[in-house]
Design a protein around this ligand. Structure first.
Ligand SMILES: O=C(O)Cc1cc(O)ccc1O
Ligand SMILES: [Fe+2]
Length: 429
């Protein structure tokens, strides 16, 4: 178990940390001879010239330069991870998936990854992909690196220990963790198995949303994000490195672990966040607010107010709205919605949306409560009511998602049926 003082609080703040005293240069980034013969390396998260408020980079002091590696060759494992773009016409259908079956093959996190939804081309530096994973083996002598985007982990069952170049993170269901683009890591499974979701953000970096009239406080607080302190391993044995690069997987073999960063400083770093810390806002009068009120993180697009990706949660909370249909309303959205369920029941879907499941409501797809949820909420006595034991999330994107061939082949056959059989409204006369 990784404990308290292994993390520093704050979101995208400047951190300076060394696993060995004296490893971090003082007052400069790239001294002629870094301490102990370490190698200085800059890792950029934004263009060098990005405005200061946007600019993200860290300086890493490592046992060997990360440039020291043989060529990458095509990776033949993880057949369902990054399978390439689906070219067929995109059906306008609503789709839903059961949870992944538990892993029976003893695969690690990388070989246990299954890409479900993707939009845009990673080379366009925008869009988001949604993957799921089910794994039951530690990554021992291999690491992974994603050149296509930052990875937002949303565990659904079982903890993950993410051993990253910049430190160690432990995360479990109810928490999220982010590994920046280009940061190498390997994952251990302290509970023996793990399943969950990953949102891979090709676009502008996730950040906290504007709060507007909410004020200076509320939703996710910067201080609750936890960045690990420096940690390294000096492993001198063959070590696989799998890379996701422009939508496909590549591999090479190093003669050492690439997790050899002894000290680092900067504002580009992995972090974890406990979703229980999210300060949910809601109506205290009437009507169901737009789900943007639950935005944890946003990746803006080039169009103001239109997110490349919003990560939104539906946490336990009080429902007090008067004369209101309290669950999500019927709607057609110009944005595209991918949803997952971490635990409990989602208040718009009485049946068929299980923890570990996934649903897709793309641009303009009519959706909302299923018949059972609609009937129950229409007839309910509206006393203050606490939604308890539930945690759903949405990755909402301005780009319609393309399900992968695997996703199309494994969708529930009868999702539309949950919106059949609504009684027709009866007009007077
Ligand atoms: O479709 C969904 O269930 C997600 C959602 C939730 C909500 O409270 C309002 C709008 C919305 O799209
Ligand atoms: Fe929706």
């Amino acid at each position: 178990m990784i404990t308290g003082d292994a993390y520093v609080g704050g979101f995208a703040g400047h951190v300076a940390t060394e696993a060995v005293p004296g490893a971090l240069p003082i007052g400069r980034n790239s001294p002629q001879r870094p301490a102990f013969g370490l190698y200085a390396e800059q890792l950029s998260g934004t263009a060098f010239t990005a405005p200061r408020a946007e600019n993200r980079r860290s300086w890493l002091y490592r046992l060997r330069p990360s440039a020291a590696h043989p060529p990458f060759r095509s990776y033949e494992g993880a057949q369902l991870f990054a399978p390439g773009a689906e070219q067929a016409p995109l059906p306008p259908n609503r789709l839903r998936w059961d949870p992944m079956p538990p892993d029976e093959d003893g695969v690690d996190l990388i070989d246990g990854m299954v890409t479900m939804l993707a939009n845009r081309d990673p080379a366009s530096l925008e869009g988001v992909a949604v993957h799921r994973y089910a794994a039951s083996r530690d990554m021992t002598a291999r690491a992974f690196v994603d050149a296509d985007g930052e990875l937002l982990f949303v565990p659904q069952a079982g903890r993950l220990t993410l051993l990253t170049e910049l430190g160690r993170i432990e995360v479990g269901p109810g928490m999220i963790a982010l590994v920046p683009r280009g940061v190498r890591f390997r994952a251990l499974l302290p509970d023996g198995r793990a399943a969950g979701y990953v949102a891979e953000n090709h676009g502008s970096l996730f950040r906290l949303p504007e709060l507007g009239p909410i004020g200076a406080n509320g939703l996710a607080a910067a201080r609750d994000f936890e960045t690990p302190v420096a940690w390294y391993e000096d492993v001198r044995q063959p070590f696989g490195l799998v890379q996701k690069y422009m939508g496909t997987l590549w591999t090479t073999t190093l003669d050492h672990s690439p997790l050899d960063v002894v000290a680092w400083h900067g504002n580009l770093a992995p972090w974890r966040y406990d979703l229980a810390r999210f300060n949910a806002m809601g109506t205290v009068s009437f009507d169901h607010p737009d789900p943007s009120i639950f935005t944890v993180l946003t990746s803006p697009s080039d169009v103001p107010g239109r997110a490349n990706a919003d990560f939104v949660i539906f946490p336990p909370r009080w429902m007090v709205a008067e004369d209101t249909f309290r669950p999500p309303w019927f709607h057609r959205n110009v944005m595209s919605e991918a949803m997952g369920l971490i635990h409990g029941t989602y208040d718009a879907k009485a049946e068929g949306f299980a923890p570990g499941g996934l649903s897709l409501h793309n641009l303009m797809a009519g959706h909302g409560p299923d018949v059972a949820s609609w009937r129950a909420a229409s007839e309910a006595t509206l006393a203050p009511h606490r939604l308890e034991g539930t945690l759903a999330f949405m990755v909402e994107s301005c780009w319609p998602y393309r399900p992968t061939a695997h996703a199309l082949a494994t969708a529930q056959p009868d999702y539309d049926a949950c919106w059949a059989d609504f009684p027709v409204a009866k007009l007077p006369g």
